[in-house]
Design a protein around this ligand. Structure first.
Ligand SMILES: [Zn+2]
Length: 321
């Protein structure tokens, strides 16, 4: 997520408190995402408790988030044996570095999209952030935030996977038969989701997010196709990349809102109509207090992605994107 959107969210967002992981099903726990004013976000982390250790889907960005996962494992006297990164955004994979230091035998699973993102999008982002620091106009809070992200990007090799998954397959991790789904060109050039068949919990990463889909590095049409594949997974609980767990019905509502937004973007309707339509289609999934910022963010994505000139709109839909 770029810096501007963090600052926008910080202004418009109610404080989300951090807490220890909570159970979402038998043997499945959720360390909730965070977003506090003046602070970059952490994505949700899902912990699957297997007979041979814990499997963590996404590791957060900040030390506090990742430390909560480490503390959870220590309290259960169960080792974290594997990590699956849903995608390469720092709020989902930044914690890899700390976890690797604490657990040298850790096995990290991710798609092949991570390595090129470190050399491309993240390296560019690092240059932009350094220029902002050098410009000397950032306030102290923003400087801290920017320095934190630069430090994470500089730990590049520690963020990379040991096991690359570029196709949907079953992997045994922690003694659990996890179905790892691979989506090319959706939120990023390579997204993974994780389905645990015993509990029927699906960790969807940022393929599903509240309050809006984060389209910064996304191919919207590929994302829509990925959602249709998610719909065919027999889950009963879906944990999104940001926001609270969803039932099948709630996922259906979210998916309808996503496809509705794409259809609206392709129509003659105004940006305002489309952003209001997004909020309305979500219904109870989005509290009234969050409507304003959701509409502002959808407005941004309409302008800069969904209704941008075709070369920009489809930038992440091609192999070179
Ligand atoms: Zn995220």
């Amino acid at each position: 997520m770029p810096l501007w959107i963090t600052l926008l969210l910080a202004l418009l967002l109610p404080q989300w408190a951090r807490a220890a992981p909570v159970a979402v099903a038998a043997g499945v726990y959720l360390q909730r995402d965070s977003f506090q004013p003046g602070r970059q976000p952490d994505g949700n982390s899902v912990v699957f408790v297997g007979p041979r250790g814990l499997v963590v889907v996404d590791t957060g960005r900040h030390i506090e988030h990742t430390q909560a996962l480490i503390d959870f494992a220590a309290a259960r006297a169960a080792p974290i044996v594997a990590v699956v990164n849903s995608h390469w955004h720092l709020d989902h994979l930044g914690g890899n570095a700390l976890l690797r230091e604490r657990v040298p035998t850790l096995q990290v699973v991710a798609s092949s999209a991570v390595a090129p993102a470190l050399k491309g999008w993240l390296a560019n982002s690092r240059r932009e952030m350094q220029a902002m620091l050098d410009g000397g106009t950032l306030d102290a809070t923003t400087q801290t935030m920017v320095r934190g992200d630069i430090a994470l990007i500089d730990r590049g090799p520690k963020l990379l996977p040991d096991v690359v998954v570029d196709g949907t397959r079953t992997l045994e991790l922690g003694g659990l038969p996890l179905q790892i789904g691979h989506e090319a060109r959706a939120v990023t050039a390579g997204d993974l989701w994780v389905y645990e068949p015993n509990t029927r919990v699906l960790a969807a990463g940022d393929l599903v997010t509240l309050p809006v889909p984060f389209l910064d590095t996304a191919c919207a049409s590929g994302w829509s196709a990925a959602l249709s594949r998610l719909d065919s997974v027999p889950f009963t609980t879906l944990v999104p990349g940001h926001g609270a767990p969803m039932s099948r019905q709630q996922f259906g509502t979210w998916r309808g809102a996503f496809d509705g937004l794409l259809a609206c973007a392709a129509s003659q309707a105004t940006d305002m109509t489309c952003s209001e339509g997004w909020v309305k289609a979500l219904g109870d999934l989005l509290p009234v207090a969050e409507h304003k910022r959701a509409q502002a963010m959808v407005g941004y994505y309409l302008q800069h992605r969904l209704r941008a000139a075709p070369v920009e709109r489809d930038r992440y839909c091609s192999a070179g994107g």
